[in-house]
Design a protein around this ligand. Structure first.
Ligand code: ZN
Length: 632
C-alpha cells in the first residue's frame, strides 16, 4: 500500500460506465433478494436470496470492503442464521479457512438454483464502525444492503443484477435513490439494479419521515432531502435550514458545472441511538446525527458541513475515484493512498459549500477553520508520521481508540488536507492576477476535473499524475513538488501557509468561540489542548495528552482521572477557575490524579491562561478567504 504515490505509474484514464437503468447489459446472473425488516425495532433482519447456480461448489462472498468506508468493514460477525437449500434439500456449507467472508456451498447434481437464508443480527449497543454500527431504533431503520446479502464469486459487482424487495414495519415510510417499481402495503419492490448500485442505494425508513424538495419541480436532475427521526418534533426545523440545503444544491452546481446523478436524495437520520457518520453514494448519502441536531442551535452549528461534504462526494469519490480504490467487487482490497484527494479535497470543498450555502455564517466558517488549524498545528504525531501515511494506514487503523490519538494521529487526511487544499487554492489565486478579480481558483480545477458532461452515475478513475496535470492546466506551478512536500512533511508545526496567504492569522485568546463552546458542551469536554496539552472529560477522565506539552511532561496520560484541583473536588468550574487564577500567581496548579487505583499529586507550573483559537484578519494581505467563502 502507498506505492501508488511513491512509485507513480502513468495510467490512461479508464472509464467504467454502470449507470442506473443501463446495467442490464450485465452478463452475470440476476439474483432475487427479499429482505424482511418488519422486526426492525428488535434489530434483527431476515433475508432470502435465490441465486442461479450449477452443480459443484458455489462460492459466495459476504461484502467485506465497503465503498466509502475505506476498509474491510463488512459486519461479518453479525451474519447469522445461514442456511442453504436447493430443490427443498438442505445443502452443506463451509467457511473459507483463509477468508472468513467467503462461503463454499455444495450444489447437488440436477440443481440450478440455491436458496440462501440469512439473518443480520445488527448491533444492539455502540460499537466502532459506520454502516455496520447501530442502525435501528424503535422508530426507524437505515437499510444498507451490503449487510443483508451474499453474492457469487466470479463476477464484478457491475455485472450482477439484484431484484430486491423490502418489507417494513406497518405504517413506516421510506426514502431512497433506488427506483421503486411498486409498493403494496408495507412491501416495496425495487426495479432491478446492478449489485454496485444496490449497495450504493441505502434506504431510510421510519414512522417519522419528512420529504423536502431541494430543487424546483421542473429541475433536471432533481434533488430532495429525506429526513427520518426518532420523534416528530425533531423534524420541525426552522425554514432557513431547508433553504440552506436548497442553496447547497445550487452552489454545488455552480462550483462543478455538471451533475453525475439522475435523482439525488440526501438521506438524513436524526437519532441518539444510531452510529453517527456520513457515508457517500452516487445518488444519495446516508448521514446520521443526533435527534435534535436540526432544531437546536448548538446542533445546527456542530453538524453544519456534514451534508455538504457527503454531497461533494457525488463528484469527488464516486464519479471521480482513485484508480486503486475503484475495485471490481467487495472482496478485492482497496488502496487508500489517494484519500488526500478523495477525502481531503471533499473536506475543503464541503466547508467551502457550507459557507457559500449559508449553512455556516462566514464567522462560523472561520471558527471551524481555526479549530482545524489549531488542532493540526499542535499534532505531536506529525513528528513521526506524515500526511501520506495517515491515508495509507487507514484500512487497518481507522478504528483506533481516542487514547493517544494526538501522538498516533487519526484520520488527518481530512483536516490537515483542508489546510493544504486551501493552500493550493491560494497559490492558484496568487499565480493568476494576484488573487484579484478575474483570477483563477480551485473552482476552475473543479470544473475541469469533475465537470461536464452531466449524466447518470459512472466512475472515471484518476491517478496522482492526473491531479497534478489538471492543476497545471489551471495555473502552471510546481504542483508535483508542492504535493510531494505536503504529503511527506513532518512539521513540527502545521501547514498554515495557505491560511496565512488567504489574509488571516491563527491566534489564541481566553474566549472560546461559539463553536468551541458548543463543541465542549456537546462533548462534555475540558479543552486545555492548546494551553496545557490536555483533553479531559467534565468528569476528570483524561482522554488524551499532547506529547511534549506541560500535562504530558508532568506525567499525565490518557486513562488517568483528575479527581481534585488545588485541593478541591474536580469539576469543569474548579478547573477553569484554577487555570485563570494561575495566570496571576506564581504557584503551580496542583492536581490529584488517580491511576490504576493509586493517587498522586501532579503540579502543573503553567501561567499562560486559557487558549482558544481564532482567525484574525491580516490587513497586509488581500482577503482571499472571504472571497472563497462567498456565494457564487
Ligand atoms: Zn468523506
Amino acid at each position: 500500500m502507498g506505492s501508488g504515490f511513491w512509485v507513480r505509474k502513468f495510467l490512461c484514464l479508464a472509464i467504467f460506465p454502470f449507470s442506473a437503468g443501463l446495467v442490464f447489459a450485465a452478463s452475470g446472473p440476476t439474483i432475487a433478494l427479499s429482505v424482511d425488516a418488519s422486526e426492525a425495532p428488535r434489530k434483527i433482519f431476515h433475508a432470502q436470496l435465490r441465486i442461479p447456480a450449477q452443480p459443484g461448489t458455489l462460492t459466495l462472498y459476504y461484502p467485506k470492503w465497503i465503498p466509502g468506508e475505506h476498509g474491510p468493514t463488512g459486519p461479518i460477525t453479525d451474519l447469522t442464521g445461514l442456511k442453504f437449500t436447493a430443490g427443498g434439500k438442505t445443502l452443506q456449507w463451509r467457511r473459507d479457512l483463509l477468508d472468513g467472508f467467503t462461503f463454499h456451498v455444495e450444489v447437488p447434481a440436477g440443481q440450478n438454483e440455491v436458496v440462501a437464508n440469512l439473518d443480520y443480527a445488527s448491533p444492539a449497543s455502540f460499537e466502532p464502525g459506520y454502516s455496520a454500527g447501530l442502525s435501528a431504533t424503535e422508530k426507524l431503520y437505515i437499510v444498507n444492503w451490503n449487510t443483508l446479502l451474499l453474492y457469487p464469486a466470479g463476477y464484478p459487482s457491475d455485472q450482477l443484477s439484484y431484484s430486491a424487495t423490502l418489507r417494513l414495519p406497518v405504517g413506516w415510510k421510506s426514502g431512497t435513490s433506488l427506483h421503486v417499481a411498486s409498493q403494496v402495503g408495507n412491501e416495496i419492490h425495487f426495479a432491478p439494479v446492478s449489485l454496485t448500485m444496490l449497495v450504493d442505494g441505502p434506504v431510510i425508513a421510519g414512522e417519522y419521515l419528512k420529504v423536502v424538495p431541494l430543487t424546483a419541480s421542473a429541475a433536471n436532475p432533481p434533488a430532495e432531502l429525506d429526513v427520518v427521526a426518532d420523534s416528530a418534533a425533531a423534524l420541525n426545523a426552522p425554514e432557513e435550514v431547508w433553504e440552506h440545503f436548497r442553496n447547497l444544491v445550487k452552489q454545488a452546481g455552480l462550483l462543478f458545472g455538471a451533475r453525475h446523478y439522475t435523482d439525488y436524495h440526501f438521506l438524513l437520520t436524526l437519532s441518539d441511538h444510531v452510529a453517527h457518520f456520513g457515508l457517500e453514494h452516487h445518488e444519495s448519502n446516508d448521514s446520521r446525527i443526533e435527534e435534535r441536531s436540526l432544531i437546536d442551535e448548538d446542533g445546527r452549528k456542530l453538524t453544519a458541513g456534514l451534508l455538504p461534504h457527503e454531497y461533494v462526494h457525488s463528484w469527488n469519490g464516486k464519479y471521480r475515484r482513485p484508480a486503486d480504490l475503484a475495485t471490481p467487487d467487495y472482496e478485492q482490497p482497496m488502496q487508500t493512498d489517494m484519500l488526500w484527494v478523495y477525502e481531503g479535497l471533499t473536506s475543503y470543498l464541503g466547508d467551502m459549500l457550507a459557507a457559500r450555502s449559508g449553512e455556516r455564517t462566514p464567522e462560523l466558517a472561520r471558527d471551524a477553520l481555526a479549530q482545524i488549524a489549531a488542532d493540526i498545528d499542535h499534532r505531536s504525531g506529525r513528528v513521526w508520521r506524515n500526511l501520506q501515511d495517515t491515508a495509507d494506514g487507514v484500512p487497518t487503523m481507522q478504528n483506533a481508540p481516542h487514547a493517544w490519538e494526538d501522538y498516533r494521529r487519526g484520520l488527518d487526511y481530512y483536516d490537515e488536507d483542508v489546510l493544504t487544499w486551501l493552500w493550493a487554492d491560494v497559490i492558484i489565486r496568487q499565480q493568476t492576477k494576484d488573487g484579484m478579480s478575474g483570477a483563477k481558483s480551485l473552482d476552475d480545477f473543479c470544473k475541469l476535473f469533475y465537470g461536464a458532461p452531466s449524466g447518470p452515475p459512472m466512475v472515471k478513475t484518476y491517478t496522482f499524475d492526473d491531479v497534478v496535470n489538471t492543476l497545471n492546466q489551471v495555473a502552471p506551478y510546481d504542483w508535483r513538488g508542492f504535493w510531494m512536500e505536503r504529503l511527506s512533511n513532518h512539521g513540527p508545526r502545521g501547514p498554515l501557509g495557505g491560511l496565512e496567504g488567504s489574509g488571516w492569522k491563527l491566534e489564541y485568546d481566553e474566549t472560546p468561540s461559539e463553536l468551541d463552546r458548543a463543541s465542549d458542551r456537546d462533548d462534555k469536554l475540558i479543552n486545555a489542548h492548546y494551553s496545557l496539552g490536555l483533553m479531559a472529560g467534565t468528569d476528570g477522565a483524561v482522554r488524551d495528552t499532547v506529547e511534549g506539552m506541560i500535562a504530558a511532561k508532568a506525567g499525565i496520560g490518557p486513562g488517568m482521572k483528575i479527581v481534585a484541583v488545588n485541593g478541591r473536588r474536580f469539576s469543569a468550574d474548579t478547573w477553569h477557575d484554577a487555570v485563570r487564577a494561575a495566570k496571576t500567581s506564581s504557584s503551580a496548579i496542583e492536581l490529584i490524579v488517580e491511576n490504576t487505583d493509586y493517587f498522586r499529586v501532579v503540579k502543573l507550573d503553567y501561567h499562560g491562561g486559557e487558549k482558544y483559537p481564532h482567525l484574525v484578519r491580516d490587513e497586509a494581505k488581500p482577503d482571499l478567504l472571504t472571497e472563497i467563502y462567498k456565494a457564487k
